[in-house]
Design a protein around this ligand. Structure first.
Ligand code: MG
Length: 164
């Protein structure tokens, strides 16, 4: 009988907000007067998802696979980084079961965009949108979101691995 085992991975990322940048979350452009700053498009959610997936298979982290010193990755669309990462883990026979995501974000309000972001992430991961959990948490003025100057993401991913 074919057996499998389940592995979890945890991802975290944070980027600062700045005026005049597009805000990309989960591959979706969110209307906002400020966007995230980074070497790539700074899609903090996709970056945390990538690290969760890679972590579950004991792989290298996102910074090792896609270093921010690589000029080819300047302003790169993080959807392409996620696609490369999922190809890498699927080559190992891995099935993505689900991801659950928390965005630490005081502004903009993200609840109106939950479904769009979930569907975008589901499409990228080739799973059902019901397998993508997403919620945004405000920090009530604490330092976690640094007075609305940043957005952070935490992601846990569950993967089904083929048994050796
Ligand atoms: Mg990042």
């Amino acid at each position: 009988m074919k057996t499998t085992r389940l592995c979890v991975g945890l991802g975290f990322d944070a980027h600062p907000l700045r005026a005049g940048r597009p805000l990309r979350l989960g591959g979706v452009t969110i209307p906002s007067r400020r966007g995230l700053v980074g070497h790539s498009d700074a899609d903090v959610l996709l970056h945390a998802i990538i690290d969760a997936l890679l972590g579950a298979v004991g792989g290298p982290d996102i910074g090792t696979l896609f270093p921010d010193t690589d000029p080819k990755l300047t302003n790169v669309d993080s959807r392409s980084l996620l696609t490369q990462a999922t190809r890498r883990i699927r080559r190992q026979g891995v099935r993505i079961v689900n991801v659950d995501c928390v965005l630490v974000c005081d502004e903009p309000k993200l609840a109106p965009h939950y479904q769009c972001i979930r569907e975008s992430v589901a499409t990228l991961l080739k799973i059902e949108s019901s397998s993508v959990g997403l919620k945004a948490k405000t920090c009530e003025g604490t330092a976690l979101a640094y007075r609305s100057r940043s957005i952070a993401a935490l992601v846990v991913a569950l993967l089904e691995m083929p048994s050796p």
